[in-house]
Design a protein. Structure first.
Lengths: 113, 115
């Protein structure tokens, strides 16, 4: 079945460091891909998405490119801030049926001042 | 900005007891979902609901689970006889229609602890 494999955490960075969180997927067809973020005590919020190959999703300085050839959707940010500390989830949306989301395990990011 | 809300935020129950987790989806959304996350594990799909019926359910969603939309605003998940392994964070999500359906909006979750 469809699955998402995400870089294990936790990840600890200093402010202004470069961030990469790796995400690869296995799916039939051409799923849509998502990054969700969960700040402490809050629900899952959509960070960015891409719906077809070579699309780049971006939001709040974060970017991810849908790479069909490597079945990847890595999350990057050039300069992280303390406020980016959160858990990041990569997910795909299955095609057909209820189009549920299939998630990775999540990566906890801590950014120190 | 409209948001999905969930109550309670935390619930502690004894094994074998029934629990009802409540969700208020965004008002014009038509697709509703429950997911759960056991501590340290992936967020897992449980069930989806559309047009007053279940549209898909996972293997986890056995006869002990049920969902209901009792009125125009609430969406509930009931666990009839809780087990220790039901301890998890439960997330409700809702989505609109058509191309916008692909964005599911999540609530803050209910942390369920079964003792």
């Amino acid at each position: 079945g469809d699955s998402v494999t995400q870089m294990e955490g936790p990840v600890t960075l200093s402010e202004e460091a470069f961030l990469t969180i790796n995400c690869t997927y296995t799916a039939t067809g051409y799923p849509s891909l998502f990054w969700y973020v969960q700040y402490p005590g809050e629900g899952l919020q959509l960070l960015l998405k891409a719906t077809k190959a070579d699309d780049k999703g971006s939001n709040k300085g974060f970017e991810a490119t849908y790479r069909k050839e490597t079945t990847s959707f890595h999350l990057e940010k050039g300069s992280v801030q303390v406020s980016d500390s959160a858990v990041y989830f990569c997910a795909l949306r299955t095609q057909g049926g209820s189009e549920k989301l299939v998630f990775g395990k999540g990566t906890k990011l801590t950014v120190n001042p | 900005e409209p948001e999905v809300t969930q109550t309670p935020s935390h619930q502690v129950t004894q094994m074998g007891q029934e629990v009802i987790l409540r969700c208020v989806p965004i008002s014009n959304h038509l697709y509703f979902y429950w997911y759960r996350q056991i501590l340290g594990q992936k967020v897992e799909f449980l069930v989806s609901f559309y047009n007053n019926e279940i549209s898909e359910k996972s293997e986890i969603f056995d006869d002990q689970f049920s969902v209901e939309r009792p009125d125009g605003s609430n969406f509930t998940l009931k666990i009839r006889s809780t087990k220790l392994e039901d301890s998890a964070m439960y997330f409700c999500a809702s989505a609109y229609l058509g191309a916008k359906r692909e964005t599911q909006y999540f609530g803050p979750g209910t942390r369920l602890l079964v003792l």
